[in-house]
Design a binder for this molecule. Structure first.
Ligand code: C2E
Ligand code: MG
Ligand code: MG
Ligand code: MG
Length: 287
């Protein structure tokens, strides 16, 4: 029956499925060799102080340039790396690059720059993560206080007691820890209350049209207040417009990251921004 009338459809759908599976399989296979083949790189997105308008640090973001599929988003390949057990290797490689680039910027005189690095819960849960991290910083002559590990809450809430121990262990080394994409996971306030973070990063979804969207305004202004009263710094993610920027400035958010100031950039372009002394223009009436 299927052969008579539906045959072509079936073939079509199985073909689509094949293409999808084979792409996914190729990504899995190729990710194993991506570092050796020089396909991975790290881009840096500036974090800007709303007090001074100056670059206070940057976030390291992994990039994969695949020979056939070109740029693969980290939202695609990081979960694959986690699934096939490559995240430790990739995460470690990113940290090394970030340390080397930070060292270079320090040598150029940008001494107070902070470097934020995303850490997967799979890395955090490895027994030797803390030791390996500190070894990497030592080997690259980077003081821990300049490094901030970004953790997403969805992966932490499963075991708050364990997460607390892991974060305290990083705190005791003087490595800073931030909670990333805040508000998008579960039990947000519980993790904020129980875990010793230094910085809260408000998710981009709450920042979008924050000055005109009443629920985003309410959530963002109160998140800033909560963070402040718990003694955390606040960084807003994904700031794209002047309206959003002004709102955040008015509500005393500490810093921003977003396309309004800069896209994530290769290290060389980040160096140029630093040397130019690029500053965020904030309306004078707000300063
Ligand atoms: P994230 O840590 O929340 O990083 C911020 C993401 O928002 C980045 O996407 C950045 O390019 C994007 N972004 C920044 N400003 C704006 C803006 O104004 N508008 C919009 N629309 N987007 C903005 P990216 O680089 O694609 O990274 C996506 C996610 O992949 C990251 O989200 C992080 O969770 C993960 N990731 C990236 N690199 C690594 C890594 O080395 N290790 C781990 N574990 N995860 C990583
Ligand atoms: Mg992040
Ligand atoms: Mg984020
Ligand atoms: Mg994210």
């Amino acid at each position: 029956k299927v052969q008579e009338n539906g045959g072509n459809d079936c073939e079509f759908y199985s073909w689509v499925l094949d293409v999808h599976t084979s792409r996914r399989q190729r990504l899995e296979n190729d990710l194993h060799y991506a570092i050796e083949r020089g396909e991975l790189s790290v881009h840096y997105q500036p974090q800007v102080s709303l007090k001074t308008g100056k670059i206070m640090g940057c976030e390291a973001l992994a990039r994969w340039s695949h020979p056939t599929y070109n740029m693969i988003s980290p939202d695609t390949f990081i979960p694959i790396a986690e699934e096939i057990g490559l995240i430790d290797k990739i995460g470690e490689w990113v940290l090394v690059q970030a340390c080397k680039d930070l060292k270079k910027w320090q040598a150029f005189g940008f001494m107070s720059l902070k470097m934020a690095v995303n850490i997967s819960v799979f890395q955090l849960n490895k027994a030797d993560f803390r030791q390996k991290s500190i070894n990497t910083l030592l080997a690259n002559n980077i003081l821990p206080k300049y490094i901030e590990f970004e953790l997403t809450e969805s992966c932490l809430v499963q075991d708050l007691v364990m997460a607390k121990q892991k974060i305290e262990a990083l705190n005791s080394l003087d490595i800073r820890v931030s909670i990333d994409d805040f508000g998008t996971g579960y039990s947000s306030l519980k993790s904020l209350q129980k875990l010793p973070f230094n910085t809260l990063k408000i998710d981009r979804s709450f920042i979008q049209n924050v000055e005109t969207n009443p629920s985003n305004s309410a959530i963002t202004s109160n998140l800033i207040k909560i963070a402040r009263s718990l003694g955390l710094k606040v960084v807003a993610e994904g700031v794209e417009t002047v309206g959003e920027l002004n709102f955040l400035k008015q509500h005393q958010c500490d810093g921003i990251q977003g396309f309004i100031f800069s896209y994530p950039l290769p290290a060389s372009e980040m160096t140029n921004l630093l040397r130019e002394g690029k500053c965020l223009k904030i309306q004078e009436s707000l300063l």
